[in-house]
Design a protein around this ligand. Sequence first.
Ligand code: TMP
Length: 220
Amino acid sequence: MIRTHLFFKTPITMKARFITLDGIDGAGKSTNLAVIKSWFEARKLPVLFTREPGGTPVGEALRKILLNPATQAGLRTETLMMFAARCQHIEDVILPALEKGIHIVSDRFTDATFAYQGGGRGVPLADIEILENWAQGSLRPDLTILLDVPLEVSMSRLSETREKDRFEQEEATFFTRVREAYLQRAATAPQRYAVINSNRDRSLVQADIEAALTQHFQLT
Ligand code: TMP
């Protein structure tokens, strides 16, 4: 798609980007989604904001089950439900938007499965990779903004929130493993991840997110 924009000096062919925002619970996703929204709005770039698990009626129904503290699901069942929601999301929302030239920003994606079900629950990463390839084909995020906070910060932010969901009720050791898994993934593909320390003044975090987006859109 050919699009001219003030942000770029000359008309360029802009491929729709698939951007994801991830991190442990309490890392500040909600606050920083607003920053990402403003960045896109300021540039008048077409964008669709969505989330996982969720994003479609089937996905939202699965989300209710997955987040309900009363749900008793084994780790394989939980992993498959995440991917079931994801398949529908990819087919109904993500691919159609990208094909139309609309950028996607997803609040969580498969990095969360590697971190929560892999790191947190102990599902072998190789098994998750098999599901990733099967469910997604070649679809991978172009850029993942990974918000990182020390565990104490995440825990204290969570304790301030409403009733905790099924994941938020997990112990600190679970979140230590989840955080570690996120950081390890990011370290293996630094060109795809912008790891942002969100345990700082909001304006500093905002500036880093804006810089990561600007750099991504200029370089790719
Ligand atoms: P959130 O949208 O408020 O972050 O809640 C979603 C929860 O689901 C969060 O605790 C992380 C968890 N989750 C997984 O465990 N695996 C996944 O693949 C995804 C997308 C989310």
